[in-house]
Write a protein that binds this ligand. Sequence first.
Ligand code: AMP
Length: 588
Amino acid sequence: MLYKELAEIYEKLESTSKRLEKTYHISEFLKKIDIQETEKILLLLQGKIYPVWEENEIGVASKLMVKAINQATGISIKEIENEWKKTGDLGDVALNLFKKKKQSSLFKKQLTLSKVFDNLRNVSEFEGKGTVEKKLQLISELLIHASPKEARYIVRTIIGDLRVGIGTGSIRDAIVWAYFEKEFNLNYDSGKIELEEEDRKRYNEFIEKIQHAYDLTNEFAVVIKTIKKKGINGLNDISLEAGRPLNVMLYQKVKDIEEAFEVVGRPAAFEFKYDGFRLQIHKTNNNIILFTRRLENVTIQFPEVVNYVKENVKASSCILDAEAVGYDPKTGKYLPFQSISQRIKRKYEVHNMAKQFPVEINIFDILFYNGKSLLKEPFKKRRQIIEKIVSEKQKKIVLAKQIITDKVEVADKFYKESLAHGEEGVMAKSLDAIYKPGYRIGYGVKIKPVMEPLDLVIIQAEYGEGKRSGWLTSYTLACWNNNKEKLLEIGKVSTGLKELDSEGISFAQITKLLAPLITSSKGKIVKVKPEIVIEVNYEEIQKSVNYNSGYALRFPRFSRLRQEKPVNEINTVEDVKRLYEMQRSRNK
Ligand code: AMP
């Protein structure tokens, strides 16, 4: 396939904000793809060159990109930067400058999609001496042959900011539209799809099957290839594999124990809710791989955990769901997530870090055991299996503390015990429920005290004044719209951060995290790639015309970094609305 065809679909997606229209464009595109190229196409379509769980990134900052544009066009760096300041988008800069250049350059050959993909992979694989030059050369090679439109999207893909608004939900739906069009008599003309009730039901079943297969594999290419070879029922054969991460099950929040029983049934299991970060542990004999909730591979960062699992988990293969909790090596006291979060990114001196910031693994679920999926087994059976195969070692590897009860008073007492122990709250889990990857459904719920803080992502930041002038000190925050395809602004936060590193999370630390994510700057304001998720407390949610979410936070205050939380899972405007309404009914 030519890269041109992909550039065209990007452009179509960018030109509309309507979900159905996007789905339609993707489905027309999917009809054309060649099975051999499915992986490459599906990754590029989402602005990526690696599946989510692979550690590699393209690793090219905007500054280097400016240089590559300079090399490919001969236009001065100054002019490129001026243009960048005006538009705020390096992709558009490339589009405009390449249009100007067009007459003078010679387009020798058309870029194929594979050529773009392979060059970008090569760019990501260079490390060490002379790397920058080699990267520049590979990027320039692409840009020299690119049309203005192609240049725009190559640039955006490289800096990791595709800006076409494509969500996994639209790709999932588009798969049904593309490959089962006749099955449902899907006819998209007027911007609406109309289905008879019977068809609608089956259509939803197809969507669910595809979503499930995606949650198990995190790769649309696997899903599409299976459908093409074996039809929709072929998806039933996709199973778990130790080594390939799956999306974790999520938990709804309820207000108290009574509501917990209403959702999960009676009796129910109650467990301490630990304040650490989620770890998905994959074991095949002595090969252990650890993934975070964002499906990042963190095996290297936690060598001691690898050993705990090797020594204390009896299974030829398994996938465990667990929470890693930090503790003070001197006093043994448990610490909030914040204090161990630095370990997630640190890839050197890992043994030292393990001594300074040790973690205890609290196992609370098992999804795969000795070659068989346990997703369809009831929770009580899964718990029995972990009780059987894990030999508990305090401060190393233990099972989540659990009771089973049908009494509110007993559960309440356990909840208080958990809080007194310094935990965040409790989880209540249905004893008979299966494990549904990627879903936030009522198979388990969480109960925490406080007014729910919001998890939001930083999309823009501003440099401070005076002695704070070297730091980004005010952060514009966003939540998702309802279908998670667009980030909506909801306010700015600058309190809650410290000036000194020794006092807690500081402006300098946040500035350091944001610096490599800057995509454009105008005066003191920089736009950043939406990656840094923070938890924000506030006094009240108000309606507002100042932000495109329609809401603003009164007295927002930074409470902690949530590096373990994927951007995909931050709060939506629907959550904000619910909290807004809850607060109104409480104030009445
Ligand atoms: P939240 O991050 O507030 O949405 O709460 C859900 C998270 O709590 C899960 O993703 C786990 O990382 C964590 N957690 C802590 N203890 C447990 C437990 N016993 N069972 C399930 N999840 C737990």
